[in-house]
Design a protein around this ligand. Sequence first.
Ligand code: COA
Length: 170
Amino acid sequence: MKKKNEAEQLPELPCRCDVRPGDGETVREIVAATGYFTPSEVDVAVELVQENLAKGAAASGYHFVFAEHGGKTIAYLCYGPIPCTVSSHNLYWIAVHPDFQGKGLGKALMREAEKLIRDAGGTRIYIDTSYKAQYEDTRAFYLSLGYELDALLRDFYSPGDDKVIYRKLL
Ligand SMILES: CC(C)(COP(=O)(O)OP(=O)(O)OC[C@H]1O[C@@H](n2cnc3c(N)ncnc32)[C@H](O)[C@@H]1OP(=O)(O)O)[C@@H](O)C(=O)NCCC(=O)NCCS
């Protein structure tokens, strides 16, 4: 994640929640460009878009918020209610194109998703991520937004790669 530079702050960006046919490839481009995800993880990110397009947000359980700049989608987030819970939601994915990181865009997307989740009756948000050093900035990002460490699952992803779960009460 790039260090934030106040002079580079983006103006308020238009957000949209509707998912369009080209969004699978847009998501692939953004997620791959971050360099944080393996090719199979990139495929999973795209599959969530395809599920939404095939079944709709409610039936698929995958809701999206996209941020646009200069007519191009540059960041997105995917969340959804967790089946068999009363009002818990999961943040499945968030990615900001590297050219636009550190300018407040991730924070704006998270705030928008929290508002949408609250409006839908959600009361808790959970986020899974890796405890690897590569994700230190990502964890700092979640902590800065009021998410708290709720659990650590040792060697979850692979030996030496723990999973951490963050939680926020709305
Ligand atoms: C993680 C990610 C979504 C954050 O989005 P972003 O637009 O870069 O972050 P923002 O500019 O909105 O930063 C919001 C807050 O995070 C914190 N933060 C940002 N950059 C940071 C850094 N380099 N180090 C520590 N904290 C940082 C700051 O507290 C910042 O709040 P402030 O601006 O009020 O000080 C984005 O960097 C990204 O796509 N990373 C790669 C993919 C990834 O890790 N996705 C999540 C996988 S689980």
